[in-house]
Design a protein around this ligand. Structure first.
Ligand code: SF4
Length: 293
């Protein structure tokens, strides 16, 4: 009997090739192997996540979202209103705006799905749900997208990190972009190999990105990094669908990302002591917030 457990991209591709299945199905098989849930249970869990994701986009765009500190908010609305004029085009603008909307909800302490973390929670829902709505995808297809994304997140978490505190922002928004790029590629009919190329390129694009939240809050630059993360995911899916391959295989990119994270000075890993968090403006903001407490 085949073992559906996978910890690397190569394992995952082997399962997909042997069974002639997409990554989403391999992820479901692996989950079934753990015998904690049946297929229906997995689908129901994913459906719940999808509903929370959808609601967080709606809330972020329709209700006035200001962060608790008043530092960030309502930028998603501005981009959505500009979507018909934007050079990147209406579809990508809506995807990016939706991603920002979710992270604005997160910054205002609303309910989001950490995918893979709260700081990077906008990228996957923005990409999947906006793409799905534009192309009339069913709920079932979007759930497949989440399963695919979960497989990629799992491999990165196992072999590197998904937390800014240990790997910098490359590990957080980079992982979310890799997850979204792979999921989007499967939804567009790409092969498992193409999915991993998309994920690898997305991670490579932000290799070395530091975690430097102003005043230690998941607001600035996090919301805008979700915006670029969503655009990164779409671009990498486009590249993979066009037949472009990552020169460095996915697993090696993940290892490189882990090693870069380990080399990163702790000041650049969520401590708010370096990068943008150490700029004069950020220090003034931090002081102001401290005085509000
Ligand atoms: S800057 Fe840090 S806290 Fe903000 S999204 Fe990136 S990893 Fe998360």
């Amino acid at each position: 009997m085949i073992d559906y457990t996978f910890t690397t991209g190569e394992d995952l591709l082997t399962i997909c090739r042997v069974e002639q299945i997409p990554i989403s199905e391999a992820a479901i098989y692996a989950e079934l192997d753990r015998e904690e849930m049946d297929r229906q249970g997995i689908m129901d869990e994913m459906r719940k996540n999808l509903q929370v994701m959808r609601e967080s986009i709606r809330e972020g765009l329709e209700e006035q979202q200001m962060s608790i500190t008043g530092l960030m908010g309502e930028d998603a609305d501005k981009l959505m209103a500009f979507s018909e004029t934007a050079i990147m085009g209406p579809e990508l603008s809506r995807i990016v705006a939706a991603s920002m909307a979710v992270t604005e909800v997160n910054a205002s302490m609303g309910l989001i799905v950490a995918a893979p973390t709260a700081g990077a929670s906008g990228i996957l829902p923005g990409v999947l749900i906006e793409y799905g709505d534009t192309h009339d995808l069913s709920e079932k297809q979007l759930i497949r997208g989440l399963c695919n994304a979960g497989a990629i997140g799992l491999i990165i978490a196992h072999n590197a990190s998904i937390a800014g505190a240990s790997g910098g922002c490359q590990a957080e928004t980079g992982t979310a972009a890799a997850m979204a790029a792979s999921a989007l590629t499967e939804l567009r009919g790409g092969t498992p190999e193409m999915c991993l190329h998309a994920a690898a390129i997305a991670l490579k694009n932000v290799m070395g990105l530091v975690c430097d939240p102003v005043a230690g809050l998941v607001e600035c630059p996090c919301i805008k990094r979700n915006a670029i993360g969503a655009a990164n995911a779409v671009l990498c899916s486009d590249m993979a669908m066009a037949g472009i391959e990552s020169v460095i295989p996915f697993d090696e990119v993940v290892t490189a990302m882990r090693n870069v994270g380990r080399m990163m000075n702790p000041d650049l890993r969520e401590t708010a002591r370096g990068g943008l968090a150490a700029t004069p403006t950020a220090l003034k903001i931090a002081e102001k917030i401290k005085n509000l407490e």
